[in-house]
Design a protein around this ligand. Structure first.
Ligand code: ME8
Length: 502
C-alpha cells in the first residue's frame, strides 16, 4: 500500500434484521476518518457492507418462513440505503453473496489449507448461534449462556475441517510485541493479548451442519465457517470493487478496521492469524469501540431495545445524528443514548452554540458591512487557540479518536462564542471611531467560523457544505483550516443550520 493511501472498514452487518443505531455508529465513525483523510489529500477507500451467510441469517430466515437468500435480499436493501442516509461516503458496498467475493474466499482458504494450516477433526464444545461463535470456557456466562445475547449456548459435536490457530500463538504474540498500536484503545489491546496468552485452541474452518455459505472446494459436503467468509470481505472487496481494476496493491493492508467490542476476538486474534496463514500482510490497526446502551443494556436486534436511525434522521437530519452519537458516546467506551440526550445536545450545542454563531456572524456582516466581510487580518488574540489545531486534530484522528478530536474543535466553537460576547460588535457598531475595530472582529468571526467549519466537515458534511458556500469559501481541504489561509468574501444569509423543533 502506498504511504498516501488510507483504507478504512466497518464490520459487515448481519442481514438477520433491519439496521439500528449501533450499526449507524460504526459507519459514521468510519466515514469521519474517510472524509478527514480525503481532506488531507490522501487516496482513500472506505468499505462497508453486509454479512449474509451462516447461522445467524439462516435461523432468522427459518423464523420468518423464507429462504436465507430471500431474507438477505430484503434486509441488505435497508443497510445499503442507510449508508447514504447517514451521509456515509463509502466507496463500495460489499455483500458476501457476491460471486466474486465467494470465489476469492475459496481461493484464499484453499491456500491456507495448501500451506498446511488445515486438518480434519471433531469439534466438541459450546456455541452461540447468534454470534456464530465457538465459545471457549473463558467466554461463557453462568448456566452456559452467551454473555452478549443472554441465550443458552448449544453443545456442538461436529466433524469439520479445522484451522490450526494454535500454531499462531507465538507469531501473534510477536505481532503484539512489535506493534503496540495494532489494537486500540490500550485496554482492548490488553484484552486481546491476554486472550492470546491464555492459550489458543484450533477453531473450525468449515461447517458441516450449516449449508448456507461458501462451499469448500475440496470437500463439498461443507461450507466455510461464516467468520472466515466474513472477515475476508476486507480483502476480497479490493479485487472487484472497481470493474476491470484490482485495488489490492493500492490499499492492502487496511489502515483501520473499526469494530465493536463484541467482535474483538475475531478481528484481533483470528483475522491476523488467518492472514499470516495465507501469507498476506495484516492490517495496520483495529480500533475496538464500545456499545451504545439503552437502559444499561447493549442496544441490539436480539434484545429488541433498538432505536431506528431512519426516524432520527427524518426528525433531526443526518448531521445532527452523526454529531450526537460521536459526541455523546465517547469512541472506545460504552455510553447510553436516549432521545432526551439527543435533543439536549441538538438544542444546546448544534442550534445555540454553532448554528447561532453562524447566523449571527453572517447577519452582522450583512447589517454592518453590506454583506462583504472586511478584508483585514484576523485578531491575533485568537491565534493561541487556533494555531496547531490542524496538527492536533490529525494526530487524534490518526489514532481514530473521533470523539476527542470533535471535542477539540468544539472548544474553539465555544472560544468564538466567548469572543463575540467579549468584543460585543453590536456596541462597536454604534461608535464610528471603532469602525476599524469592528472590521477586525467581523473578519475574525468570519474566518474563525470558516476554519472550524472546514475542521467539522467530516462530522457535519452537509452543514459544512452549506455554510462554506454561504461564506463564499467552499474549499474544505484540511490546509484551508488555518486562520488567514482563505478569505471569506461576500456572505449570504442562510436558513437556520439546526432549526428548533417545537
Ligand atoms: O457481528 N453499539 O454483525 P452485526 C455499538 N456480521 N455498535 C454496535 C451495537 C451497539 N449496541 N450493535 C451493533 C456481526 N454494533 C458480523 C460482523 S465483520 C467481518 C462481521 C455494530 O450485525 C458494531 O460495529 O452483529 C458491532 O461490532 C457490529 O455492529 C456487529 O454487527
Amino acid at each position: 500500500m502506498a504511504a498516501s493511501s488510507f483504507y478504512v472498514t466497518t464490520p459487515i452487518y448481519y442481514v438477520n434484521a433491519a439496521p439500528h443505531l449501533g450499526h449507524a455508529y460504526t459507519t459514521i465513525a468510519a466515514d469521519v476518518l474517510a472524509r478527514h483523510h480525503r481532506q488531507r489529500g490522501q487516496d482513500v477507500f472506505f468499505l462497508t457492507g453486509t454479512d449474509e451467510h451462516g447461522e445467524p441469517v439462516k435461523l432468522a430466515a427459518e423464523r420468518e418462513g423464507i429462504t436465507p437468500a430471500e431474507l438477505a435480499d430484503r434486509n441488505y436493501e435497508h443497510f445499503k440505503a442507510l449508508a447514504p442516509r447517514l451521509g456515509a461516503s463509502n466507496d463500495f458496498f460489499i455483500r458476501t453473496s457476491d460471486a466474486a467475493h465467494m470465489a476469492k474466499v475459496q481461493e484464499v482458504l484453499t491456500r491456507v489449507k495448501d500451506n498446511g494450516h488445515a486438518y480434519e477433526g471433531v469439534y466438541e464444545g459450546w456455541y452461540c448461534p447468534r454470534c456464530a461463535d465457538f465459545k471457549t470456557e473463558r467466554e461463557i456466562d453462568p448456566g452456559n449462556t452467551c454473555p452478549i445475547h443472554k441465550i443458552p449456548l448449544t453443545r456442538e459435536h461436529e466433524h469439520n475441517w479445522f484451522f490450526r490457530l494454535s500454531a499462531f500463538q507465538e507469531p501473534l504474540e510477536r505481532l503484539f510485541a512489535d506493534r503496540p498500536d495494532f489494537v486500540r484503545p490500550q485496554a482492548r489491546f490488553n484484552e486481546a493479548l491476554s486472550f492470546i496468552r491464555g492459550g489458543l485452541q484450533d477453531v473450525s474452518l468449515t461447517r458441516r451442519k450449516v449449508d448456507w455459505g461458501v462451499s469448500v472446494p475440496w470437500d463439498p459436503s461443507q461450507v466455510f465457517y461464516v467468520w472466515w467468509d466474513a472477515l475476508l470481505n476486507y480483502y476480497t472487496a479490493l479485487s472487484y470493487a472497481r470493474p476491470g481494476e484490482d485495488l489490492t496493491e493500492r490499499f492492502w493492508p487496511a489502515t483501520f478496521h473499526l469494530v465493536g467490542k463484541d467482535i474483538l476476538k475475531f478481528h484481533t486474534v483470528y483475522w491476523p492469524a488467518l492472514l499470516m496463514a495465507a501469507g498476506l500482510p495484516v492490517p495496520e490497526h483495529v480500533f475496538v469501540h464500545g456499545f451504545l446502551l439503552m437502559e444499561g443494556e447493549k442496544m441490539s436486534k436480539s434484545l429488541g431495545n433498538v432505536l431506528d436511525p431512519f426516524e432520527a434522521i427524518d426528525r433531526y437530519g443526518a448531521d445532527a445524528l452523526r454529531y450526537y452519537l460521536l459526541r455523546d458516546v465517547s469512541f472506545g467506551q460504552d455510553g447510553s443514548v436516549s432521545a432526551a440526550a439527543f435533543e439536549g445536545r441538538y438544542e444546546r450545542e448544534l442550534a445555540n452554540e454553532y448554528g447561532n454563531l453562524a447566523s449571527r456572524t453572517i447577519a452582522m456582516i450583512d447589517r454592518y458591512r453590506g454583506g462583504e466581510a472586511p478584508q483585514v487580518r484576523h485578531d491575533p488574540a485568537l491565534d493561541e487557540d487556533f494555531d496547531g489545531l490542524i496538527e492536533q486534530i490529525s494526530e487524534l484522528l490518526d489514532r481514530a479518536e473521533v470523539t476527542a478530536a470533535l471535542d477539540q474543535i468544539w472548544q474553539r466553537v465555544r472560544r468564538l462564542n466567548r469572543y463575540v460576547e467579549e468584543r460585543a460588535p453590536w456596541k462597536l457598531a454604534k461608535d464610528a471611531a471603532a469602525a476599524g475595530e469592528l472590521d477586525v472582529v467581523l473578519a475574525s468571526l468570519a474566518e474563525g467560523l470558516r476554519v472550524l467549519t472546514v475542521l467539522l466537515q467530516p462530522w457535519l458534511p452537509q452543514t459544512a457544505q452549506r455554510l462554506l458556500a454561504a461564506l463564499g469559501a467552499p474549499d474544505h481541504a484540511l490546509e484551508a483550516a488555518r486562520l488567514g489561509a482563505r478569505r471569506v468574501g461576500r456572505v449570504e444569509r442562510l436558513e437556520p443550520l439546526f432549526p428548533k423543533h417545537g
